[in-house]
Design a protein around this ligand. Structure first.
Ligand SMILES: [Zn+2]
Length: 204
């Protein structure tokens, strides 16, 4: 089980760590018996086990790291899961079906849980889909567009799909990885958090 990142605020700083310390790493005020101004919040882990995410688009880091900037042409490996979590992914030697190896990746769910007829057909669509593509990303996107067509929906361009569904998740994942790395090295990752504007009573 991986450690999860938590965040709390003190000294006008946002402090990220794996455990809330006994005292503030900035001002050394002891937290024992006193309340933090804001309850620590846990930062959701953006990575999940792809094999447990049926009917999803997956992005796996290559070489164990995510690239800082994802343009859709980078060498991140992508795939599509069937209803049992087997990952169909396009490689130079053809489409592979992986039952293992996608345990830590970013997952974009492609169907709503109540889309029964689509889920029913999903594996058949995936098995019959063997378009020649030049990389795993265009293969995955072509499959998504094929499914959209069966639903009478218009297809998505690579840019649309990347910008709306992939890039925001990659950014979150990159930041999360950076936090974990920093905290592992220094126990804390501390960033400036300027005092909030005075409440005007209307803000949420
Ligand atoms: Zn402090």
């Amino acid at each position: 089980m991986e450690k999860s990142v938590i965040k709390f605020s003190h000294c006008n700083k946002d402090i990220y760590c794996f455990f809330v310390p006994e005292e503030c790493p900035e001002c050394s005020v002891s937290f024992s018996g006193r309340r933090l101004e804001d309850a620590p919040v846990s930062i959701p882990n953006p990575f999940s086990d792809g094999h447990k995410n049926p009917c999803s688009f997956l992005v796996a880091p290559t070489e164990g790291t995510f690239l800082k900037d994802f343009e859709g042409d980078s060498d991140l490996h992508t795939g599509i899961t069937d209803t049992k979590g087997v990952v169909y992914n396009y490689t130079k030697t053809g489409v592979r079906k992986d039952s293992v190896g996608w345990e830590k990746c970013i997952s974009v769910p492609l169907v709503q849980p109540d889309m029964y007829s689509l889920i029913d057909q999903w594996d058949r669509y995936l098995d019959n889909f063997d378009e020649e593509k030049h990389n795993c990303y265009s293969y995955s996107l072509a499959f998504i567009n094929c499914v959209l067509a069966t639903q009478g929906k218009r297809s998505l361009s690579k840019e649309e799909f990347s910008q709306n569904f992939v890039v925001p998740r990659i950014k979150r994942a990159s930041k999360y990885s950076m936090l974990c790395e920093q905290i592992s090295q220094n126990y804390f990752y501390i960033v400036e958090n300027p005092p909030k504007e005075p409440e005007d009573g209307n803000s949420t």
